[in-house]
Design a protein around this ligand. Structure first.
Ligand SMILES: *[C@@H]1O[C@H](CO)[C@@H](O)[C@H](O)[C@H]1NC(C)=O
Ligand SMILES: *[C@@H]1O[C@H](CO)[C@@H](O)[C@H](O)[C@H]1NC(C)=O
Ligand SMILES: *[C@@H]1O[C@H](CO)[C@@H](O)[C@H](O)[C@H]1NC(C)=O
Ligand SMILES: *[C@@H]1O[C@H](CO)[C@@H](O)[C@H](O)[C@H]1NC(C)=O
Length: 645
């Protein structure tokens, strides 16, 4: 017992300090993927609708809200008036009486005003669990009205908390039933900023002049001003936070949301383009109806606005419930994928290129990567994928676009005959923290013939959260384990294409208890530890790997380095459960400039960032250069650091 005690205190002492010397080579590296750090977007837990998509009204076109599932299969959404409420002497009803506004939107809201009504009457919407109302941005209110009315319609934001009007805009209406559907649109600013997110949007009209009659409303939409003022675009604060990560690609539109829960609910590109009144929406994979407002062109615009390479996934005949199309039935969808590619890449003289041009994009986009499906290893997908599904898409796309890089959604080892050399394999890694760390050298001996995209990753289990009980939030430890995985990719950047977190954005309302890079409420964002570690790595990354020789074996300290064309080095060091203090010396021969040390750490192994309590610490400090040597101290037994020199 006594001896053990002595040993324990000795190892306790050893944990106080450790040293590391790294010798960085100045030549002999490999070109690294220019898009190593990227982003995945799919509409999951209101990352799009009610999140990044800047629409404030929930259930704006009565497309359904909740997705009803029956043994994993989606059943058609029940249209409801959820999130809408009457505010006077009227009743709200779903109505499908012709003429419809569009065939895509078969249900409208009929507002029946009571006989003998007086004063104002109308209705209001809850938003996506509130709304962000601020004088700092502009708002755009839009709706379509059918029915006889001469008078004003007042659209206004109200605060629940202060019970006061925050701002409004008035529409002057003079129409008859014979006028059919009449569009109304106005932009406005508010007079007050809300004290919190508990705000609602109200639409009021004169009760006396409509008493005993009905008015019909459709596509009642209020946009908060968007990122870079894009039409039908992105919520500013979330888009800025996404941009800040420094990712270089956008993998979209999924994710399981591409697949659809069951037939016929896969993501359909041509149902997500054009005027929003022509988009039917669909039951999404994650429990709610997608408006598809954040559609294909909006995602392409997002790529343009942030300079992102597009990794486009096409639906390949498997539904998430394991429904798989036969070879005979699949050809239609192969052709459909080619139509989608022509829409994006074809000249404006081609059929689908002309459609794109008509929607405001005369110039073709650039797409270099197409992924065939998503996670086709799930639910019995492998046999048909390797038998005909992959090949049908591969051959058709390569015939039309010989330079296109094609991504398999499954590991190439599953194929009985390997796919052509150069096919990229998308490997998803949702791992425990220990398994993340063990991936440090996981790609060292991989066959270079089939590059790897880690299209989704996240450390989701730790010592206290063992499968299936996932971490509530990334912790300092889990994010640091992800950093070690990144180092392993940087060391193998000659054949690794990229990596993106499996959950870029989630609504805090939907998912308080699961990892994501960011969680949002209507007016706030929480950036997690994973967010900051990814940002640290993505924004400090060169175009070439460089060899680094350490004076010890890997663990608990891990490292890797890259440099860019301008000769700037990015030397990354991660301490994973090592000493509380690490003295590091980095030697870069011939270097004379001072460096900057950037670190991410936190107050404890299981520290997290939650709303109102952000504990992660980001530091940037100057490091002197002493004859090509940079010496600095890392504090914390879990810490991620980059020396930029
Ligand atoms: C605002 O109050 C109404 C009840 O008047 C409620 O239904 C709604 O959920 C509240 N909104 C928020 C964000 O709390
Ligand atoms: C989309 O394209 C498919 C296949 O060509 C077609 O059947 C469908 O009607 C189109 N949908 C819309 C909304 O245009
Ligand atoms: C939401 O409101 C907050 C203030 O409550 C503001 O800081 C934030 O930037 C707003 N978000 C948007 C998209 O304007
Ligand atoms: C370059 O790639 C090869 C494998 O192709 C690898 O053995 C070598 O370590 C890499 N060098 C650097 C500096 O990353």
């Amino acid at each position: 017992m006594h001896r053990l005690f002595t040993l324990a205190s000795l190892s306790g002492l050893l944990r106080i300090a450790q040293t590391l010397t790294l010798n960085v080579a100045t030549s002999g590296g490999n070109a690294s993927s220019p898009i190593l750090y990227g982003l995945l977007f799919e509409d999951v837990y209101h990352s799009g609708d009610g999140g990044l998509y800047s629409e404030l009204i929930q259930n704006r076109a009565f497309q359904g809200t909740v997705v009803n599932t029956n043994d994993g299969a989606a059943v058609p959404p029940f249209q409801t008036l959820q999130y809408w409420h009457t505010s006077g002497s009227d009743t709200l009803n779903l109505d499908n009486e012709a003429p419809l506004l569009t065939s895509a939107l078969p249900w409208q809201m009929r507002v029946d005003v009571a006989e003998g009504a007086t004063g104002n009457t109308g209705f209001w919407n809850e938003g996506y669990w509130g709304m962000n109302i601020t004088t700092a941005t502009r708002y755009a209110a839009n709706f379509y009205l059918r029915g006889a009315y001469k008078g004003d319609i007042l659209c206004a934001f109200w605060s629940n908390t202060t019970n006061s009007m925050l701002g409004s805009t008035t529409f002057t209406v003079d129409q008859t039933e014979a006028d059919g559907w009449v569009p109304y649109a106005q932009t406005f600013t508010t007079t007050d900023s809300a004290v919190d997110e508990k705000n609602t949007f109200h639409l009021d009209f004169d009760g006396a002049s409509t008493a005993g009659t009905s008015l019909r409303f459709q596509m009642i939409s209020v946009f908060q001003q968007t990122y870079q003022n894009s039409n039908n675009g992105l919520r500013i604060d979330l888009a800025q936070a996404v941009n800040e990560i420094g990712g270089k690609y956008l993998r979209m539109p999924g994710g399981n949301n591409l697949e659809g829960l069951s037939a016929p609910y896969q993501w359909k590109w041509n149902a997500t383009i054009g005027p929003i009144i022509d988009r039917p929406g669909r039951p999404g994979t994650w429990g709610y109806v997608n408006t598809d407002g954040l559609g294909l062109l909006e995602m392409m615009q997002w790529c343009l606005d942030m300079g992102l390479e597009t990794i486009l996934a096409v639906w390949d005949g498997e539904y998430l419930n394991g429904g798989i199309l036969s070879e005979a039935d699949l050809q239609f969808y192969v052709d459909d994928a080619l139509n989608e590619l022509e829409f994006l890449l074809g000249p404006s003289t081609s059929t689908y290129g002309a459609l794109r041009a008509s929607l405001g994009y005369p110039d073709p986009f650039t797409i270099n990567y197409v992924e065939i499906g998503n996670e086709d290893f799930l639910n019995g997908g492998i046999p048909s994928y390797i038998d005909y599904r992959f090949n049908m898409f591969y051959t058709a796309i390569k015939n039309a676009y010989p330079d296109m890089k094609i991504i398999s959604s499954i590991w190439v080892g599953y194929f009985s005959t390997p796919p052509p050399v150069g096919v990229i394999q998308d490997l998803h890694d949702y791992l425990s923290v220990d398994d993340m760390v063990s991936k440090f050298n996981g790609y060292d001996n991989s066959d270079r013939s089939w590059p790897v995209l880690v299209g989704e990753y996240a450390a989701i289990y730790d010592a206290e959260h063992v499968s299936p009980n996932q971490l509530d939030n990334p912790t300092l430890q889990s994010a640091t384990s992800e950093a070690i995985y990144f180092l392993g990719l940087e060391r193998n950047a000659d054949f690794i294409v990229g990596i993106s977190h499996g959950a870029l954005i989630k609504s805090l309302h939907d998912e308080p208890d699961n990892v994501a890079m960011m969680k949002h409420t209507p007016n706030e964002i929480v950036r997690s530890y994973s967010y900051y570690v990814a940002k640290l790595f993505a924004t400090n990354y060169g175009s070439e790997t460089v060899a680094v020789t350490g004076d010890q074996d890997y663990g608990p300290l891990y490292w890797a380095a890259t440099k860019n064309d301008a000769g700037t080095y990015f030397v990354k060091v991660v301490n994973y459960d090592g000493a509380a203090e690490t003295s590091v010396t980095v030697v870069i021969p011939g270097k004379t400039n001072a460096g900057t040390l950037i670190t991410v750490s936190g107050p404890g192994t299981y520290a997290t960032n939650v709303l109102g309590d952000v504990t992660s610490v980001w530091t940037e400090t100057a490091v002197a250069n002493e004859a090509g040597r940079y010496t600095f101290t890392l504090s914390g037994s879990y810490i991620c650091a980059v020396l930029v020199a």
